[in-house]
Each structure stands twice: as structure tokens, then as C-alpha cells.
Design a protein around this ligand. Structure first.
Ligand SMILES: [Zn+2]
Length: 401
């Protein structure tokens, strides 16, 4: 997608710089001759652009490539630790902070307890303080920070980037970009947490080079990030992917959204714990009968019990997985994705339920789209949203939508 530079057109200059930066990123390392061949630009033009990118600190010369007769060519690659990006994943229990460099390598990461009750102003202050601590601790210098991506479990207006609603945080109509003032001129970019995971899987995970896929995050809520034709699919207003509110049992429990039997009420990790406590109260026999305070029973204890062959723990996990399978069958029939990646807290118990989910989808979705889809747990794991949020400023640098 390179254009021949004519005259002194700064737009074209920038366009070609970005294209060359992108080629270096996707090929890891390229010689100037390779770049001239790939772009169709003259070796002189490539040389000028490469010098300019080197001067700005984005790339550097590294090692030598294969000789095709004559001197071995010098290779160019993105300069590690030259520029940085921070990703923040605001979640119900913990907020993840992640610092990566221009190459996408993780420099630092931490999980910090999210302030209780999620009072908005307090959380904004918390995000500013913890981010500043991370940047200062790793001696990066704010001028080297390309941007800060913030992933939130909520609906984002795709035009204004305002947070319309984050039900589990009890936030409505908030402009985080305006409210995170302490970051000064560093750009702040807001994204839905499931879409942040999808961006991460597409940039460096299991969905690199895959055009049509869906990332489903299962934790206290359930959401999906959809990629169609290689790009995020956000729908008319930005709320596409609200999979947690697909009705899978209309006689099911009441949901926070006011409806009954939404997927979230039957398959979120909170609902798994609630379900388990309910059956214990009803007299089910389990290794967790010895837990005195039922309030202590959470997802992790249930997984531990399942790993110790607790029949009831396994049954409750599988039941939630059946509803997930039903929802995924609908996704497969509607979108015909080539991959569905299940992430967030789901990765903790995927070993117990993933094959079962594949079976439900094979049985319920249409044979043709079901034969085209691979259903997997995220290999990146629970950090995918924070990492995806950190990738958003990188995507902006490389001018990728
Ligand atoms: Zn709902």
C-alpha cells in the first residue's frame, strides 16, 4: 500500500513512513533492498525514510541478513525499548496494568485491587497514580510514552468514545479520556475489554492473520470482541458483542439488565459460584460441605474441588459450559468465524469444559459453519485485555484501525 512520493507532500511522506514501519514490524527484520522490493519505492527513497525513522528512534540497524551475492545486507528492525505504551484493564476485582515497548514485548505488569464500590472519581485517581508509578519505576520518561489504552467492561460509543454504560462498575455516561487529566498530552484511548482481548489475539496471539474471529471473555460478566474482514466490528453504535445478554433460557434468573435468563446469569463466573452455593444449601454432597461460611466459596475453590474429582463442582462447571456452548452455536451460525477464543477467568477452568463446549457447538450449530470454526481457550490468558489495551496506541502509531 505504498505510494510514490511526488513533490514535497508531507501526507505521502508520512504515509510511506508508516507503511515501511509496518513492513518492518510484520517481517521482524528487513534490509533496505527488501523494503524497496516490497514497496516499489526507489532505494534512495527507502534510504531517506529509513534514516528519518532511525533519527526518530523507532528503528535501528541490527545484524546482517543472507547475502544474495556480494556484501551481506544490514537489517532494520523496530528498536526495542525506544517507545512504550501502557495498557490498563479495569475489572471488578483487580485492575491490570501493563507496559510494553514498541515491539510489543512486556516490560512490566501488575495487578492491583480495584477500589471498592468503584466510586468513579476514586477509580480515576487510582488509575492515574498506579500508571504514574509504573512509568516512573521503569524510568521510561513520559515523552517516550506513545499512549495509554484503557479497557473497561462496558459499552463504548464508537464515535464519541464515551463510556455509555458499565453495569458491573455501576458507571453511566463517563468520559474517561477527559477525566484522566494527569496524563497531560499523552493520548488516552478507551476500549471495551472483550474487544481489547480480540485486538491482542490479532496483534500477537492466536488470531494473527485471521480475518473473522470472536473473542469471548468470561468473568463476572460475559462479552465478545468481534473481528470481521480483519477489523474490529462494532455495530451501529459500538455495542456489538454484548453476548452476555443473549437470552439462553427465558425462564432463567433475572439479569442486571432487567431481562430474564441472559447468558451472564447462567455462565458468568459469579453465577457459577452462586449456583454452587445454592446446591450446597439444598443439601448436595461435596468436598466443599466442610466450608463453614458459604460466602467463601468462589470460582477458584470450585475449580480446586473439580480438580479433586468433586462431582458436584464438575457438574456446575459443565452446566455453565452448556449455556456458553448454546451461545457460541448462535455466534457460529450468525457470524461464521474461523476461530472463537475463550478468555479471562474462563482459562482457569477451560480444561474441564472446553471439549464439552466443542461438543455442544458441534451438536447445535449448523454443520457447515461448525466445521469451519476452531474453539480454543486463550493462550495469552487473563492478561489479554490489559495487553490489548497497551497495543491500541501501537496500532495508532502504525495507523492500523
Ligand atoms: Zn442481561
Amino acid at each position: 500500500m505504498i505510494r510514490q512520493k511526488t513533490g514535497n507532500n508531507s501526507f505521502l511522506k508520512e504515509f510511506n513512513q508508516t507503511a515501511i514501519l509496518n513492513l518492518i514490524r510484520t517481517h521482524k527484520a528487513l534490509s533496505k533492498a527488501d523494503l524497496a522490493k516490497l514497496t516499489g519505492l526507489s532505494p534512495t527513497a527507502v534510504g531517506l525514510i529509513a534514516s528519518s525513522l532511525m533519527e526518530k528512534g523507532y528503528i535501528h540497524e541490527t545484524g546482517t541478513g543472507e547475502s544474495k551475492g556480494g556484501r551481506r545486507p544490514v537489517l532494520l528492525e523496530l528498536k526495542p525499548r525506544s517507545f512504550y505504551s501502557v495498557g490498563i484493564d479495569v475489572d471488578i476485582d483487580y485492575t491490570g496494568f501493563m507496559m510494553i515497548d514498541i515491539k510489543g514485548d512486556i516490560i512490566a505488569e501488575k495487578l492491583v485491587k480495584t477500589p471498592e464500590n468503584y466510586a468513579y472519581e476514586r477509580v480515576m485517581e487510582f488509575l492515574e497514580n498506579e500508571t504514574a508509578r509504573l512509568v516512573d519505576e521503569y524510568m521510561v520518561g513520559w515523552e517516550k510514552l506513545l499512549g495509554i489504552g484503557v479497557s473497561v467492561p462496558g459499552l463504548i460509543d464508537s464515535i464519541t468514545k464515551e463510556l455509555v454504560l458499565a453495569p458491573n462498575l455501576k458507571w453511566k455516561h463517563k468520559d474517561l479520556r477527559a477525566d484522566l487529566k494527569r496524563f497531560g498530552n499523552v493520548p488516552v484511548m478507551i476500549e471495551n475489554e472483550a474487544m481489547a482481548s480480540a485486538i491482542c489475539e490479532n496483534w500477537l496471539g492466536a488470531c494473527q492473520g485471521i480475518d473473522n474471529f470472536v473473542c469471548i471473555n468470561v468473568s463476572s460478566g460475559i462479552g465478545a470482541g468481534i473481528f470481521a474482514h480483519g477489523k474490529p466490528y462494532r455495530g451501529a453504535g459500538g455495542s456489538a458483542g454484548e453476548l452476555g445478554h443473549i437470552v439462553v433460557d427465558e425462564n432463567g434468573p433475572k439479569c442486571g439488565c432487567g431481562n430474564y435468563g441472559c447468558l451472564e446469569t447462567l455462565a458468568s463466573t459469579v453465577s457459577i459460584a452462586e449456583h454452587f452455593k445454592r446446591i450446597i444449601r439444598q443439601g448436595a454432597l461435596s468436598s466443599l460441605n466442610s466450608v463453614e461460611d458459604l460466602g467463601q466459596i468462589d470460582l477458584n475453590l470450585i475449580i480446586k474441588a473439580a480438580a479433586n474429582q468433586d462431582v458436584e463442582a464438575k457438574r456446575v462447571l459443565l452446566e455453565s459450559a452448556r449455556y456458553l456452548g448454546i451461545a457460541i452455536s448462535n455466534v457460529v451460525n450468525t457470524l461464521n468465524p474461523s476461530k472463537v477464543i475463550l478468555g479471562k477467568e474462563f482459562v482457569r477452568y477451560s480444561d474441564f469444559v472446553l471439549d464439552y463446549i466443542r461438543g455442544v457447538v458441534a451438536g447445535k450449530a449448523l454443520e457447515y459453519p461448525a466445521s469451519k470454526v476452531e474453539i480454543e481457550a486463550s493462550q495469552i490468558g487473563e492478561k489479554a485485555s490489559a495487553l490489548g489495551a497497551a497495543i491500541i496506541p501501537l496500532k495508532a502509531l502504525f495507523s492500523i484501525n
